[in-house]
Design a binder for this molecule. Structure first.
Ligand SMILES: [Zn+2]
Length: 483
């Protein structure tokens, strides 16, 4: 195994990966995190720990978790180097000796000077900024290239990046993926810049092989394209990010792709979060077989899966919360970051059945425990409701096109009872669909919607905010706040 070879992580053994990750972690803590990141310097001091106590990834459990609520002073999570301390470090001295002070300074600036930023998208909380240095941007290009490879793209393909223009990881990861893979990528900015119409027109002209976007937005795009009898017959891959992708959505997207003449379509979902500063993709065969899980780059981060209650690591293959540790980032960094995301079948280190890569994979559905729906809407009509399940039930209704769940108060009176309204688009028998939704919701989650209202595609786009919101709204809480 040669860690300088960019593809070593694809076929290294579990032991080799473990060994390399431990080495990365130990150096990262010793030379970058503990001397220069205030939050972790203080945390180690308070816990009576030093760099020497963390020799390998198993030792990580000695370090307290980092939670979103810890980011009150985001500056404390940035690697801010002090010249004096740097000069005392062996790697920095080597740099000086080899390149001379002027050049060494340039190299260190490229590594350590923040020049770029993304931020979290939280609607409930203030956005949290994450700084990147040139070093991180190079990593974003490398991870982007890996995404393209796992999605089985080709440099000769034409790509459309339809994520909204925003300082968010999804857009920039897709942009840097194009650069890193040295392939044609047109970023349209999604619906907010040129509307659904504008995107459809551009795609008609460019005839892309792959489209990268949020699932709900691409669903509207394909729907409109199908309506207009467009021919997107070059299209081979949809890469989805920014939202979860239930099986029902995959089926509907595949059907729509067939309608626009894209016969063999591969639908790949990706997973990433601001704090990881990279995103991961799954292997997803175009034959419709089950995806094999998100392929994690072991040289960029270490993932633990824990029981969110006991906070202990769970064995491989078992469900739990995803906890992320940077191994080699600069700018803003996190150690043992509690994502609040639950992974259904945990982590596996066995070779991927499709591509054979041996990197760790996160398997199964991801549900966000920190999701606004859970926090705010858990008690609907006095009953505890699993919103993940509710959304899944509606999504898997084969005759329902786009949909939205609306929660409101009867008569808009904050003290009156909750109402659940299902908004839906369909081209089939409305009465039959109404009955089917009511029956399934009653059976599976013991709740009956107050109303099911049908809309045209155009009205649904307005309801969901396609073209006006950064993210289409599929669940909306219109309950007035109590004063
Ligand atoms: Zn694979």
């Amino acid at each position: 195994m040669n860690p300088h070879n960019q593809t070593w992580w694809e076929n290294a053994s579990s032991d080799e990966i473990n060994h390399h990750q431990s080495k990365l972690l130990s150096n990262f803590l010793k030379y970058r995190v503990l001397p220069f990141t205030r939050h972790y310097g203080d945390m180690f001091a308070e816990a009576g720990l030093c760099a020497h106590d963390i020799q390998n990834t198993d030792d990580l459990v000695k370090i307290p978790f980092t939670r979103k609520s810890d980011f009150s002073e985001t500056r404390d999570f940035v690697i801010i180097p002090h010249a004096q301390l740097l000069k005392k470090q062996w790697p920095s001295i080597q740099l000086l000796l080899r390149h001379g002070p002027g050049r060494a300074r340039q190299i260190l600036e490229k590594e350590l000077l923040p020049i770029f930023m993304t931020s979290t998208t939280g609607r409930s909380a203030d956005p949290i900024p994450f700084l990147y240095t040139r070093y991180d941007l190079d990593r974003l290009e490398i991870s982007g290239r890996r995404l393209m490879e796992i999605c089985e793209s080709r440099p000769s393909y034409r790509h459309i990046n339809a994520f909204p223009f925003a300082p968010h990881l999804a857009f920039w990861q897709a942009h840097y993926a194009g650069l890193g893979f040295n392939t044609f990528t047109l970023s349209t900015g999604g619906g907010k810049t040129i509307g659904t119409d504008g995107n459809v027109r551009i795609i008609n002209k460019i005839k892309p092989d792959a489209i990268i976007a949020m699932p709900t937005f691409i669903y509207h795009l394909l729907q409109q394209a199908a309506d207009e009898q467009a021919h997107w017959d070059k299209l081979k891959t949809l890469v989805l990010g920014g939202e979860k992708v239930p099986q029902g959505m995959r089926t509907k997207l595949t059907d729509l792709c067939h309608q626009v003449g894209a016969e063999n379509i591969r639908i790949v979902s990706t997973y990433g979060f601001t704090e990881a500063k990279v995103a991961w993709a799954e292997c997803s065969p175009p034959t419709g077989e089950k995806p094999s899980g998100f392929h994690i780059y072991p040289d960029m981060g270490f993932i633990e899966v824990i029981d969110p209650e006991t906070e202990e690591r769970v064995p491989d293959g078992q469900a739990g919360e995803i906890v992320f540790t940077q191994l080699d980032a600069r700018g803003t960094i996190v150690l043992r970051y509690r994502t609040g995301d639950l992974i259904e079948h945990g982590i596996t280190r066995e070779a991927c059945p499709y591509c054979g890569r041996t990197c760790p994979r996160l398997q199964g559905k991801i549900s966000r425990v920190s999701d606004i729906h859970r926090l705010k809407l858990d008690k609907l009509k006095g009953t505890l409701v699993d919103f993940n399940k509710l959304e899944h039930l509606i999504e898997s209704e084969p005759d329902v096109g786009a949909w939205q769940l609306e929660i409101r108060k009867h008569n808009d009176d904050p003290f009156d009872v909750d109402e659940l309204i299902v908004h839906a688009v369909t081209e089939n028998n409305k009465e039959k669909i109404k009955e089917s939704i009511q029956q399934r919701l009653q059976q599976e989650i013991e709740i009956t919607p107050n109303r099911i209202e049908f809309h045209s595609w155009e009205d649904m786009r307005k309801l969901q905010g396609v073209g006006t919101e950064l993210k289409e709204q599929k669940v909306i809480d219109n309950r007035p706040k109590r004063k």
